[in-house]
Design a protein around this ligand. Structure first.
Ligand code: FEO
Length: 397
């Protein structure tokens, strides 16, 4: 990623990972790649805000060198310990051993446990300020947005918020700003990011957003640690985060299933037909052939979620089982759910999925449909009726 001036004397010095296709282990597919953003502020004190994944250290250092020798860095703000942002710290510290690392108490602990560097650190708390010269940096602790160490950095003179992961997107582009990219693709990636990383933390995020609103700080630009910078419409992503964190949904239903010989797929289509007949938006995914990250994104604002599986060895099939593990972690609140599936001689998948959902806090579980071997006309009618019932429920919720 070429170095770009984002504000006078403030540079984007991060890197683009065009070809990364999986993130957080194998839990998140990144079909549009990603970026690891870092920002260099030139003032009386030279400050680097975050670093990048360790494998991109040389590129980061080269980018910094285009602005000034990295040896001149005075401060490194470590907003977050996760290695996609701290991975190049050892290399930067080698070049600028005098640089003071600044982060939260949890960040200090986390960096030590990752790098064992015994680095000198200045621990900051919400409200602490750091004078750089003409500019100041103010710190806002943001624990569990999305790690215990997470922190936002704010520059009041520029009305610039540097919130690390928050408001980010796994979206590799040659452009750097929200007004330069396709806005649908941008919001699609922002929603995917929220759904797959932040959704389980809705309550914490809402509280943090409200706390930041109470601070009454003007925000002209949001420069996150992934994806593009919000300079034209920072309010757009803040409003979206408020909507998502408040668990707002639309009358939409996601049907996610796995089928062995097609019977469960037939049932899925009959349920979907019932929903469509009542004018409800439906998305159907055969999980064995679908991108799980996309499915979770679609679920973020869906009032209804229906899960199906054929029974295999008394349990659900393996792809839907892996998907349900994600649902168990997310614990979607206030959704209407149902389970369906076919079985041979002993059913087990429906019961297994239902208990997983109840364990994940599901309250509104509608009685589902189970079918021996393949559904006949009457059983397909039952599936269709389940769709009609669910449609009424999501529309009236
Ligand atoms: Fe982008 Fe939590 O790391």
């Amino acid at each position: 990623m070429p170095v770009q001036t984002i504000l006078p004397d403030i540079y984007s010095v991060g890197v683009t990972d065009w070809n990364v296709r999986e993130f957080h282990g194998h839990t998140y597919t990144t079909k549009r790649g990603s970026t690891y953003n870092a920002y260099l502020i030139i003032d009386e004190k030279v400050t680097l805000v975050d670093t990048v994944l360790g494998s991109f250290s040389e590129e980061l250092i080269g980018n910094i060198r285009q602005v000034l020798p990295p040896e001149k860095i005075d401060y490194i703000i470590a907003n977050h310990v996760e290695t996609d942002h701290s991975g190049s710290l050892p290399q930067i510290i080698k070049l600028a051993p005098q640089a003071k690392i600044i982060g939260t108490a949890k960040c200090k602990e986390g960096l030590q446990r990752h790098y064992y560097g015994n680095w000198e650190m200045q621990v900051v708390r919400t409200g602490d300020k750091l004078k750089l010269g003409k500019r100041t940096l103010e710190f806002i602790e943001a624990p569990m947005v999305h790690w215990p160490d997470s922190m936002f950095t704010y520059c009041p003179e520029e009305q610039l918020l540097l919130p690390n992961d928050a408001f980010g997107q796994h979206y590799a582009t040659s452009e750097r700003f929200d007004d330069e990219v396709d806005s649908c693709a941008l919001m699609d990636e922002a929603q995917k990011y929220y759904a797959n990383i932040l959704w389980p933390l809705n309550d914490v995020i809402l509280k943090k957003l409200q706390d930041v609103q109470k601070l009454n700080i003007p925000i002209k630009m949001i420069a996150p640690s992934h994806g593009v910078i919000w300079r034209k419409h920072p309010e757009k992503i803040i409003e979206a985060y408020l909507r998502w964190a408040k668990n707002e949904t639309t009358p939409k239903v996601v049907v996610a299933y796995e089928t062995m010989w097609g019977a469960t797929a037939k049932m899925a289509r009959a349920i979907a037909d019932g929903l469509i007949d009542k004018g409800v938006e439906v998305k159907i995914f055969d999980i064995a052939n679908s991108d799980r990250t996309e499915v979770i994104k679609e679920m973020l604002d869906a009032k209804g979620m229906i899960f199906g599986s054929s029974t295999h060895d008394n349990f659900m099939l393996p792809n839907i089982a892996a998907f349900m593990e994600l649902i168990k972690g997310i614990k979607p609140k206030n959704r209407i759910m149902a389970v369906f599936g076919s079985f041979g001689w002993a059913g087990g998948a429906i019961k297994e999925i239902e208990s997983l959902l109840i364990g994940a806090g599901a309250k509104d579980l509608v009685a589902g449909v189970g079918v021996k071997y393949a559904p006949d006309e009457t059983e397909l009618k039952c599936c269709h009726e389940l769709g009609l019932t669910l449609a009424d429920k999501v529309k009236s919720a």
